[in-house]
Design a protein around this ligand. Structure first.
Ligand code: PLP
Length: 416
């Protein structure tokens, strides 16, 4: 069968697809230590809450109502109203229901947004998405309808005490030409756990406004929900920014609910795209989120349950890493949020791709760093020295995985 250009592009067996297959296979391998994927933790208190909530919504009819009806293409009205009120009250943003559209997961929101602002334009020019700080989220990499739609810039690296480091936007090397159609950052960042400082974000916002292009902020892990952020960071929104949120990391990845907060022109564009691609976004996630807002539970649980859970996990995981790997062996990106640790093996004689293969043979899955540099013009040795691991599984599993990682690192060093 012959596929179209679109078909060929979107059915390509990219490196990332291979990797995702591996991660998935691992799920079926008994005893595998899964430190690779981005599935959020099953926090017992959250699972119990969702079970109870769904039972109550079933008995009041709200769940059946959501299941048995289409929403409009912008998404469930009650959630648009209640969420915009919540964001207005919490942050003082000048928004209403007309500033929010829902999508089937935030992943599809990025597909819409990238192709709305980058790619070929009517007058014959072409524009790209700029990631001002790579490493960035792997899931952005293949979502352009055109080839070569992304460009990214290496960070500055600040070395910190206790074997940690932090990336910063290298504004000296950030050029924004006419070929840039939008700027995009995840904050907190998957894969590194970096949180752009308020100053960096304000500077990016100024640059975006100067160039008349939107600044998209991927808030999948941020505040006010799910709140997986451990440093002080002020959320930013104005009519030139587009904020993307998600219910996934709250513990509801199966609900496939993404949320876009933008100006009315953007929201109307997204609603039209939703209408064409999926008629309307699914209703179950929005019905649950709406109920959580009405009950005052959405922010309460993010603050009191989700954030403390991950904060404790990350502290424990770093202590475990340090029992097995000294700062001379591996540096750790300052963990400021999200559900991952980003490890930097400066002096490892093998690439982290090779390390990944060796770990996989021993039943441990972590993700080699070079996948996380979408749009970087030149290969960068640093990209092959880093590894992403999540801190989602039980601490005993994490410790087993780290012990094997440390053995493989020592083995590689002894071979050189
Ligand atoms: N953005 C970031 C930074 C992510 O890590 C993820 C998922 O892992 C997504 C967006 C997409 O999430 P979802 O489509 O489940 O909302």
């Amino acid at each position: 069968m012959n596929f179209s250009l679109f078909g060929n592009k979107f059915t390509r067996h990219a490196g990332i697809t291979q990797l995702m297959d591996d991660l998935n296979d691992g799920l079926r391998t008994p005893g595998a230590i899964m430190l690779g994927g981005g599935n959020p933790a099953h926090i017992p208190a959250m699972d119990a809450y969702f079970q109870q909530l769904c039972q109550e919504m079933l008995s009041t009819g709200t769940l059946t109502e959501a299941l048995c009806n289409y929403d409009g293409p912008q998404g469930k009205d009650t959630l648009l109203t209640n969420l915009s009120a919540l964001l207005r009250q919490t942050f003082g943003w000048d928004i209403g229901p007309q500033n929010i559209a829902l999508t089937n997961g935030s992943q599809s929101a990025f597909f819409y947004l990238f192709n709305l602002f980058a790619g070929r334009y009517e007058e014959g020019s072409s524009r790209k998405v700029l990631f001002p700080l790579a490493p960035e989220y792997i899931g952005y990499a293949d979502s352009g309808l055109d080839e070569d739609m992304f460009v990214s810039v290496r960070p500055q690296i600040e070395l910190l005490p206790e074997g940690q480091f932090k990336y910063h936007v290298d504004f000296d090397n950030l050029t924004i030409g006419d070929d840039i159609g939008m700027i995009c950052v995840s904050r907190p960042t998957n894969p590194t756990g970096n949180v752009l400082t308020d100053e960096e974000l304000v500077h990016l916002d100024e640059l975006a406004q100067q160039h008349g292009i939107p600044l998209v902020i991927d808030n999948a892990y941020g505040v006010p929900f799910p709140g997986i952020i451990f440093s002080d960071a002020t959320p930013l929104w104005n009519a030139n920014t587009i904020l993307c949120m998600s219910l996934s990391k709250l513990g509801l990845p199966g609900s496939r609910c993404g949320i876009i907060v933008g100006n009315e022109q953007v929201i109307s564009a997204i609603s039209n795209m939703n209408g064409i691609v999926s008629l309307s976004p699914g209703s179950i996630g929005p019905a649950i989120a709406n109920e959580m807002i009405v009950r005052g539970d959405l922010l309460r649980l993010s603050n009191d349950v989700v954030r403390p859970f991950y904060q404790q996990r990350v502290t424990e995981t770093i202590a475990t890493i340090r029992r097995y790997l000294s700062p001379e062996r591996c540096l750790i990106h300052k963990p400021e949020g999200a559900i991952f640790l980003w490890l930097w093996f400066k002096d490892l004689p093998i690439s982290t791709e090779t390390l990944y293969q060796r770990l996989k043979k021993r039943g441990v899955l972590m993700v080699p760093g070079h996948y996380f540099f979408p749009g970087l013009a030149e290969d960068w040795p640093h990209a092959h020295q880093c590894l992403r691991m999540n801190y989602v599984p039980e601490p005993e599993k994490i410790e087993q995985g780290i012990a094997i990682l440390a053995q493989e690192v020592e083995l590689a060093l002894s071979e050189s």
